[in-house]
Design a protein. Structure first.
Length: 173
């Protein structure tokens, strides 16, 4: 499945053209492994209350991946309800991604994403159906860490740099 939009809507009130998805996608692919970006993943508790946490995420092979320890609130929420949103400020573009996050257990994908994390400076390795490393964020909980892949439903971009604009992208899922 490719993460290309099936519909686009211009949300700009100042007459700017709609933004191409390729702008967001290309910045994610270039910057997420190595730039100092914080992604905020929002999930839904069983009682309907929201939960948000900063995570290290990477765009690999046209998809967004992030981690969560089995005991973290985000992992527990995603086990019950995969709906989530992810927010990040990229170079010249604020981006919100909406979709479902599902745990990845396939060895090939785990190793591919771990290699991107290693290239970025986090020494992730595959252990069973999860990732482990000698260190991680203090709030991540103890290893192993589950890997999640986001299936995009919708994304919103607001450009703070030329060319300016605001756009909604809808994806098939």
């Amino acid at each position: 499945m490719t993460n290309e939009p099936v519909a686009t809507r211009n949300l700009d009130q100042y007459g700017h053209a709609e933004l191409p998805w390729s702008r967001a996608r290309d910045i994610l692919a270039t910057d997420s492994p190595t730039a100092d970006l914080t992604f905020f993943v929002s999930t839904v508790r069983q009682d309907g209350r929201p939960h948000s946490a900063g995570v290290g995420a990477v765009w690999v092979d046209d998809a967004l991946y992030f981690t969560g320890g089995p005991g973290t609130r985000r992992s527990r929420n995603l086990a019950a309800n995969p709906a989530c949103s992810i927010s990040v400020r990229l170079r010249g573009l604020d981006l919100v991604l909406e979709g479902d996050a599902h745990r990845v257990t396939g060895a090939a994908t785990l190793e591919r994403v771990a290699s991107v994390y290693r290239h970025a400076g986090w020494p992730a390795t595959v252990e069973g159906e999860a990732l482990t490393a000698s260190f991680t964020a203090p709030s991540a909980g103890p290893p192993p860490w589950y890997l999640y892949r986001v299936t995009l439903h919708r994304a919103f971009g607001v450009a703070g740099a030329e060319p300016h604009g605001a756009t909604r992208w809808d994806f098939a899922y």
